[in-house]
Design a protein around this ligand. Structure first.
Ligand SMILES: *[C@@H]1O[C@H](CO)[C@@H](O)[C@H](O)[C@H]1NC(C)=O
Ligand SMILES: *[C@@H]1O[C@H](CO)[C@@H](O)[C@H](O)[C@H]1NC(C)=O
Ligand SMILES: *[C@@H]1O[C@H](CO)[C@@H](O)[C@H](O)[C@H]1NC(C)=O
Ligand SMILES: *[C@@H]1O[C@H](CO)[C@@H](O)[C@H](O)[C@H]1NC(C)=O
Ligand SMILES: *[C@@H]1O[C@H](CO)[C@@H](O)[C@H](O)[C@H]1NC(C)=O
Ligand SMILES: *[C@@H]1O[C@H](CO)[C@@H](O)[C@H](O)[C@H]1NC(C)=O
Ligand SMILES: *[C@@H]1O[C@H](CO)[C@@H](O)[C@H](O)[C@H]1NC(C)=O
Ligand SMILES: *[C@@H]1O[C@H](CO)[C@@H](O)[C@H](O)[C@H]1NC(C)=O
Ligand SMILES: *[C@@H]1O[C@H](CO)[C@@H](O)[C@H](O)[C@H]1NC(C)=O
Ligand SMILES: *[C@@H]1O[C@H](CO)[C@@H](O)[C@H](O)[C@H]1NC(C)=O
Ligand SMILES: *[C@@H]1O[C@H](CO)[C@@H](O)[C@H](O)[C@H]1NC(C)=O
Length: 252
């Protein structure tokens, strides 16, 4: 009960920030606060915080976008517990897309909830129902990945053992490097801006989502003509289904 009082006071602060934004940065905010709240919940149980697991987050995002056209009626039907796969179309492909090997997922759990506009209080209430809370309370789960799309929030909990850490083969390392590569590029570009007496770039979540989509649309292309795919003010990039990529993120 103390947990819920604590949450409520946090959400009164969070809600005004969250409402009325485009879906992409709205989602990122909702995910961020859910992570914080789930960790406060873990603290209240004297359990260590969840650590973020990039592979699990990739899978959570893929599942959320697979679910986005489903109604909220049967959200529990799409969960999966130890040793089972979620009832999601093309689940194996979704795992592949995140470089996850199935043997590393057996102990993991996938917990989707569906709440209109991802109202943070209702999302958290759903995660603290006994059906899901029993996994949050289990010290075997040490890692977390969170993804969302439209009304769907997906939490993937991972263990720190090889049967549940959602790792892949060598390609996992590529993923980790990628996040690191992005981080250093941002830092370097900002140092470049500073050297020109220009203000730092601030991060734009909508733009980041679009950048990720374009990168995955381009991944099969050779490096030869990278400049061909750029776009400047008033032009669109030469990328297949560019308009769909935009629509997916409520960008005009
Ligand atoms: C655990 O997470 C909570 C919520 O984000 C944070 O306040 C706390 O500092 C974290 N504890 C540790 C040890 O990182
Ligand atoms: C969801 O519906 C939209 C519009 O009908 C469609 O373009 C999209 O492919 C659907 N997505 C999935 C994952 O079914
Ligand atoms: C899987 O989901 C579909 C709807 O997408 C539903 O009709 C079917 O009953 C579900 N199967 C199981 C085993 O839950
Ligand atoms: C996955 O686990 C099964 C059963 O333990 C084993 O037979 C199989 O070889 C494993 N696959 C890989 C790719 O490690
Ligand atoms: C979550 O909450 C919403 C609204 O309160 C409800 O419609 C839905 O059935 C609940 N369950 C899940 C698993 O999302
Ligand atoms: C944690 O994992 C171990 C080894 O798989 C298992 O024996 C134990 O029952 C699990 N603990 C809980 C609380 O699920
Ligand atoms: C895995 O997590 C358990 C429970 O939090 C912890 O006791 C153990 O030291 C961890 N093992 C590794 C290899 O991180
Ligand atoms: C998962 O476990 C395997 C085997 O213990 C290890 O090689 C790999 O680094 C782990 N991956 C993560 C993300 O913890
Ligand atoms: C701008 O970015 C650089 C590189 O990340 C950082 O060192 C610097 O503190 C930033 N300046 C401001 C005003 O945030
Ligand atoms: C940046 O501003 C500093 C202080 O105003 C000045 O000395 C320096 O020449 C400027 N550098 C550039 C590249 O404009
Ligand atoms: C890239 O190639 C893989 C394997 O051939 C294929 O499954 C995937 O759909 C391709 N992706 C794009 C964006 O063309």
């Amino acid at each position: 009960m103390a947990f819920f009082t604590l949450k409520l006071s946090i959400f009164f602060l969070v809600l005004p920030v969250v409402q009325g934004k485009a879906s992409c940065d709205y989602d990122a905010t909702a995910e961020k606060y859910l992570l914080e709240d789930l960790n406060l919940y873990r603290m209240s149980l004297n359990l260590p915080n969840f650590t973020e697991n990039n592979n699990a987050a990739c899978l959570a995002n893929n599942i959320a976008s697979q679910l986005k056209n489903e109604t909220c009626k049967n959200a529990f039907h799409y969960s999966s517990t130890i040793g089972t796969k979620p009832n999601v179309t093309e689940y194996d492909k979704l795992m592949d897309g995140c470089d996850i090997k199935e043997n590393h997922t057996v102990q993991g759990v996938i917990l989707p909830v569906c709440v209109p506009r991802l109202d943070p209080f209702l999302v958290l209430s759903n995660y603290t129902t006994p059906q899901y809370a029993k996994y949050l309370k289990n010290s075997n789960y040490t890692g977390i990945g969170i993804g969302s799309e439209d009304n769907w929030m997906v939490v993937v909990l991972s263990t720190n053992t090889s049967t549940g850490n959602f790792s892949g083969a060598a390609s996992l390392i590529a993923n980790v490097h990628m996040a690191t590569a992005e981080k250093y590029l941002l830092e370097d570009l900002n140092l470049y801006r500073m050297s020109l007496n220009l203000s730092n770039f601030t991060e734009n979540n909508n733009a980041a989502c679009l950048a990720n989509n374009i990168a995955s649309q381009l991944k099969n292309e050779t490096c030869k003509n990278a400049f061909h795919f750029s776009s400047t003010p008033g032009t669109k990039p030469n990328v297949i289904e560019y308009d769909k990529l935009l629509d997916g993120y409520d960008i005009k």
